[in-house]
Design a protein around this ligand. Structure first.
Ligand code: SAH
Ligand code: AVI
Length: 322
């Protein structure tokens, strides 16, 4: 569906509420209860994520923005002129606003996000700043469809996937996803991707356990979303935020831990939680540079260039087809 009373085209492929409900029921039926992290991002979830990006402990966004700024001219040179930018999981305007000012006459910008509020805000702000840019907002789940990536050859198709959102995929799914992006590239196309790198465990731990409790609120909001959008009676005070770094899996795991034995009803289902049982809500994988280069290779992509900060906490990689 296209809505035309906006200063830009909005393609609305937003999954309907039934897919959220199905995922929640299926996730709660698992032996180890789990939810897909994409469901964090309703309007409240998107604004809580924006608040996370400004936390002193959450070095991720700040470090990537610094790299995009400091190496902006090099990145723009590597991307080339008249690029058609498609940004997956665009989130707020702040990130792409570190890329667009450096690019040579970008031809179009397509933000893609499952969160309609974040998408509309970004599309509007990009247009305010770049009134001549052709902007098409796509509200979609990129794990369900990539049809919006189909474009003709010779278009300098540039897929931006920033923020280390690739880390939220399971390792095998990350390779399959990158491979499907690679399949949409032509010889002149490329992927600009942000990747959070391995580092001291304490730094990682603190980034997901901020003392202000914003990450906890982001995690717990998924329960509030269930209460709003499903027939659910969850007392979010009965759950606590639990985030830790798993050395074995090279990832931060976020869970919601039941602080007591309790029953939760969702639609016509009732689920039992024992005290201490968790709902696994997110994985955030961290890579070494070599691990990410190997992942790109496994996905039939070459690393054409990459840029990091001085501490090598974060990497921005430019991937091309071999
Ligand atoms: N790229 C931004 C935002 C990162 S947060 C930044 O670097 O700051 C992750 C973003 O991806 C959110 O805006 C969320 O709504 C979106 N997202 C997560 N899973 C998605 C999916 N499956 N399909 C589309 N968008 C998704
Ligand atoms: C979007 N994504 C890369 C963030 C991350 O770090 O995994 C989401 C997030 N979860 C907790 N804090 C931020």
């Amino acid at each position: 569906m296209k809505k035309t009373n906006l200063p830009y085209t909005l393609v609305d492929l937003q999954p309907d509420v039934s897919s959220f409900k199905e995922d929640v029921i299926a996730g709660f039926e698992k032996t180890h209860k789990a939810l897909p992290a994409k469901h964090f991002y309703d309007k409240t979830g998107s604004s809580l994520f924006n608040a996370i990006t400004k936390l002193p402990e959450y070095y991720v966004s700040r470090t990537e923005m610094d790299i995009l700024h400091d190496f902006g001219p090099d990145i723009a040179e590597a991307i080339g002129g008249r690029a058609h930018i498609i940004e997956l999981g665009s989130g707020s305007f702040d990130k792409i606003n570190q890329v667009l000012p450096f690019l040579k006459s970008p031809a179009s910008y397509k933000p893609v996000d499952i969160s309609i509020s974040a998408l509309q805000d970004t599309a509007e702000r990009v247009l305010e700043r770049y009134p001549d840019l052709e902007v098409t907002g796509i509200c979609a789940d990129y794990t369900s469809t990539l049809d919006f990536l189909h474009q003709d050859r010779g278009n300098n198709k540039t897929i931006c996937f920033l923020g280390s959102t690739i880390g939220n995929f399971q390792k095998e799914e990350a390779a399959a996803f990158l491979q499907s992006l690679a399949g949409e590239l032509h010889d002149d196309g490329q992927i600009l991707i942000g990747v959070d790198l391995k580092k001291d465990t304490a730094v990682l731990h603190n980034a997901y356990n901020d003392p202000a409790g914003i990450t906890a609120a982001f995690n717990l909001n998924i329960l509030e979303r269930m209460n709003k959008e499903m027939k659910a009676d969850i007392d979010s005070a009965g759950f606590t935020h639990h985030a830790f770094y798993s050395e074995e899996n090279g990832r931060i795991e976020m869970h919601l831990q039941s602080s007591k034995e309790q029953l939760v009803s969702l639609e016509e289902h009732t689920f039992h939680f024992s005290k201490g049982e968790t709902i696994h809500t997110e994985n955030s994988h961290k890579f070494s540079i070599a691990e990410f280069i190997a992942l790109a290779k496994q996905s039939h992509l070459n690393v054409d260039a990459f840029w990091t900060d001085e501490k090598e906490w974060f990497g921005v990689f430019l991937l091309k087809r071999p």
